[in-house]
Design a binder for this molecule. Structure first.
Ligand code: PLP
Length: 378
């Protein structure tokens, strides 16, 4: 059966038509953006226009944008290219942050999924200076939005730099680099309706960044390699479209809230994680009692509804969620958590399909449990 309801935007959001059109136009440009002739200059113009669009999305200057192959590379560049004497990361960061700084101190979060500011301050006080602190803006599993301005104020008071992974937040809530007070900000195109394989690190003047990729002067010497012109053009167009669409997040939030209210009413014992905190409007992480997340994801897929297991990793396998574990959720409960994430394309019909399929699954689960209970063991 073909997918009828795509509710996995935090994995990849549907491509926006503006991005598709910009990429198609860019693919017809032959030049290398570093070439001085007219073909090269046209390709350069395309890249620089997109740089401006991405900069506007986060209130930065175009010169601060370093295009990368995506959020993963941008996070690696931020953590490995900044020469902090110590690194502190929140316990709920994406794997690309955690793996880029394996020796980093982990800052705990509260049961609501918010970074523990007192613990951060204590860790900073005991760290060598200057430290680098990395805290994401919105969590990819729960959607919980972190108090980045207070985090940045604490970090600054201790001479630390602050990196913020805004991959899930950008295009879904207002993001202003200066108001957040961060030095480094990570973006990824495919979460906001652009293509996969392109992202950016936004770098403030306070930070001196060493390139991870050498061998060319592109991106002001901060990332060597011929630019992926078409992907960058798609990123720029998606950034502009997402910014223009920001006021539609209210409606996205209403749909998400309706989905949760109906799920909670239909399936007793359902848990919604991070609900006490401010969350992205599009994300819901919820656990159905009694059924493993993988089973839910597969059964929903058969019903034409695409969601993720709460902790699906890049290989598609499900493993224990370090995010829910950090929030103090018991492993048996976390193993039942799925993530439903809405996109700019989601409609009430998609919500209806999810609720119908999920509640039908819950009814089947009960029937199976009853059978297991009433039948004598074979
Ligand atoms: N950071 C967060 C919070 C993410 O959710 C993801 C992707 O899921 C990434 C970084 C990695 O981005 P990319 O897929 O562009 O490498």
């Amino acid at each position: 059966m073909s997918i009828q309801a795509y509710l996995d935007a935090n994995a990849t959001a549907p491509l926006r038509p503006e991005a598709r059109a910009a990429m198609a136009a860019a693919l017809d440009l032959t030049g290398n953006p570093s070439s001085v002739h007219r073909f090269g200059r046209l390709a350069r113009r395309c890249v620089e226009d997109a740089r401006e669009q991405v900069a506007i999305l986060v209130g930065a200057r175009p010169a601060q944008i370093v295009f990368t192959s995506g959020g993963t590379e941008a996070n690696n560049l931020a953590l490995r290219g900044t020469k902090g004497a110590a690194i502190l990361v929140s316990a709920i960061e994406h794997d690309s942050v955690l793996a880029a700084a394996p020796g980093a101190a982990r800052v705990p979060v509260t049961p609501a999924g918010l970074v523990d500011l007192d613990a951060l301050d204590r860790l900073l006080a005991g760290s060598e200076r200057p430290a680098l602190v990395s805290v994401m803006l919105a969590n990819n599993e729960t959607g919980v939005v972190q108090p980045i301005s207070p985090v940045a104020a604490l970090a600054r008071a201790r001479d630390a730099w602050i990196h913020c992974d805004a991959v899930q937040a950008a295009g879904r809530m207002p993001v202003a680099m200066i108001e957040l007070g961060v030095d480094l900000l990570t973006l990824s195109a495919h979460k906001l309706g652009g293509p996969q394989g392109v992202g950016a690190l936004v770098v403030s003047d306070r930070v001196e960044l060493a390139a991870l990729l050498n061998g060319g002067g592109q991106e002001r010497g901060r990332r060597a390699g011929t630019e992926n012109v078409a992907a960058i053009a798609g990123f720029g167009a998606a950034a502009a479209a997402a910014l223009a669409d920001l006021d539609k997040q209210g409606e996205v939030g209403r749909l998400r809230d309706e989905l949760e209210a109906r799920a909670l009413a239909a399936v007793p014992g359902t848990i919604v994680f991070g609900r006490e905190a401010v969350r992205l409007a599009n994300t819901s992480c919820l656990a159905m009692p009694g059924l493993p997340a993988e089973t839910q994801v597969m059964a929903l897929d058969l019903a034409g509804v695409a969601v993720s297991a709460g902790a699906a990793c890049s290989s598609g396998k499900v493993r224990a969620s370090h995010v829910l574990a950090a929030m103090g959720v018991a492993p048996a409960v976390a193993a039942r958590a799925i993530r439903v994430s809405l996109s700019w394309q989601t409609t009430r019909v998609d919500i209806d399909r999810f609720v119908e399929a999920w509640t039908a699954l819950a009814r089947r689960r009960t029937a199976r449990d009853d059978i297991r209970i009433t039948l004598p063991a074979a």
